[in-house]
Every structure is written in structure tokens, then in C-alpha cells.
Design a protein around this ligand. Structure first.
Ligand SMILES: Nc1ncnc2c1ncn2[C@@H]1O[C@H](COP(=O)(O)OP(=O)(O)OP(=O)(O)O)[C@@H](O)[C@H]1O
Ligand SMILES: [Mg+2]
Length: 228
């Protein structure tokens, strides 16, 4: 199993330690290598909280998260940062690109701390940008791109280090139908070709239907959507 969440609980607390919101309550999830999973659920049900835990941006109060069988709770901050950068790609609802950098510079950012062979990174960036129709506009800045172009750039940035897991929070939330389906098609084809597992939070039926499984987050746990 690539990612396994076992019985995790998470609540948010006030500054004084009083629990103000119990969000996840004994939730379990297993994601195999290359598998695609959609998470749906009402606003406030804890979808973003779950992605943050899966991506080690936050930690559960109870339960355990395993990556290829290893518990993440034993890693220190530096180890976690290196792990996250290498293995996990993030795509958010709004692209989170740096406005002062060009599209080309934005997609290279995650590769810089790896101290790898930059020639290979440039080659991969070029391939992905050509494939996503962004190559000709690579010297433009996010403010000069459309919403769909920004989201596609965010996908390329998330994939530049060949992660094994892509976490996406409403990646098509700000896009019109046409751009949403272009992005969905792109995510599914890249995931299939590079064996990248995906956990995608989405309200869009068109996005969810391209996944292997659809789960609904309700009352702090996941249930498999059987009518799909
Ligand atoms: N840092 C925080 N401190 C306190 N409460 C929080 C914090 N982050 C989230 N919450 C609360 O936890 C609950 C779950 O939030 P979360 O962002 O995970 O929901 P969501 O399912 O992603 O919702 P949406 O669909 O609106 O994005 C919400 O009630 C929210 O108010
Ligand atoms: Mg959310």
C-alpha cells in the first residue's frame, strides 16, 4: 500500500487547548500505488483537513499514517520536508503560483532543493509543458495567464519531481467546464502513464467519475459511494 491512514482523529483546539471542532473521527483510508481516489463531502466536513494530514502538512491527534508501510510520525521536520518534496505533489483550488516568477520558474521551484541533475529537470519540465500546451507561454507570469493555464501550471509544478502521490484540493473549482475537463483529462492520463496515485477532493461529478473509487466524508469518516 502506498498510503494508509489508520483510525485517524483530528480536532482543532483553541489557544487554551479546548477542543472547538472535532473533524475526523476514526477515519481510515488506503491508497494503492497508482490508484485514483475522489473525496466528496459537504463544506466543513474535513476534506482539506484530511489532505493536509495525508500530505504531512499537519498531524493527527490519534491514529497513524503510513507511507509504503513506514509510519511518518517518527520523522523529524527536516526529514518530513525532504520526504514531502520528493514523494508528494500538491495542487490547490487556487493555484498558489508565485506572481513575480514566470511560469517556467514556477514549475522548477520544487526541483531546486533536490540538488539533482538540472539538465534532466529542464528536460522533464519542457516535456510536461509541451504536453500541457504551456510551452509557448512559459515566459509569462501568472498574472498574464488564464485560470486554466494557471491550474495546468500548478499540475506541472506538482509533478516535476515525479512524486508517487498527488494530492489535489478542488483542482477544478475555479475553472469553467471546458477547462475543468481538460485538467481532469490531464490528471488522469499523467497519473496512468507515470503510475502516480491521486487523492482528489472534488464536487464535480466529471472529475470524480474518472477515479477508481469515490468516497464521501461524513461525520468524520469515509464511506464508499456505492451508487457510482
Ligand atoms: N485551523 C483551524 N482551526 C480551527 N478550525 C478549523 C481549522 N481548519 C479548519 N477548521 C474547521 O474544521 C472543519 C473542517 O474544515 P476543512 O477545511 O477540512 O473542511 P472542508 O471539507 O475542506 O470544507 P470546504 O469544502 O468548505 O473546503 C470546519 O468546520 C472548519 O471550520
Ligand atoms: Mg476544503
Amino acid at each position: 500500500m502506498l498510503l494508509e491512514a489508520r483510525n485517524i482523529s483530528k480536532s482543532y483546539k483553541s489557544r487554551y487547548g479546548r477542543t472547538i471542532r472535532e473533524v475526523l473521527n476514526g477515519l481510515s483510508l488506503a491508497v494503492g500505488e497508482g490508484k485514483r481516489i475522489a473525496i466528496t463531502g459537504p463544506s466543513g466536513s474535513g476534506k482539506t483537513t484530511l489532505l493536509n494530514l495525508a500530505g504531512t502538512l499537519d498531524f493527527p491527534d490519534k491514529g497513524e499514517i503510513l507511507f509504503r508501510g513506514y509510519s511518518l510520525s517518527g520523522m523529524n521536520t527536516a526529514e518530513l520536508a525532504a520526504f514531502r518534496n520528493r514523494e508528494i505533489g500538491f495542487v490547490f483550488q487556487s493555484h498558489h503560483l508565485l506572481p513575480q516568477l514566470t511560469l517556467w520558474e514556477n514549475v522548477l521551484i520544487p526541483a531546486l532543493p533536490l540538488n539533482g541533475n538540472m539538465k534532466e529537470v529542464y528536460k522533464r519540465a519542457e516535456e510536461l509543458l509541451r504536453e500541457t500546451g504551456l510551452w509557448d507561454i512559459r515566459h509569462q507570469k501568472p498574472g498574464e495567464l488564464s485560470g486554466g493555464e494557471c491550474q495546468r501550471t500548478a499540475v506541472v509544478r506538482a509533478l516535476i519531481n515525479k512524486p508517487s502521490l498527488l494530492l489535489a484540493d478542488e483542482p477544478t473549482g475555479s475553472l469553467d467546464n471546458r477547462n475543468a475537463s481538460i485538467l481532469t483529462e490531464l490528471l488522469t492520463s499523467l497519473s496512468a502513464r507515470e503510475n502516480i496515485a491521486m487523492v482528489v477532493v472534488t464536487h464535480a461529478p466529471g472529475v470524480a467519475s474518472g477515479m477508481d473509487k469515490i468516497y464521501k466524508l461524513k461525520e468524520g469518516r469515509l464511506t464508499e459511494n456505492s451508487d457510482s
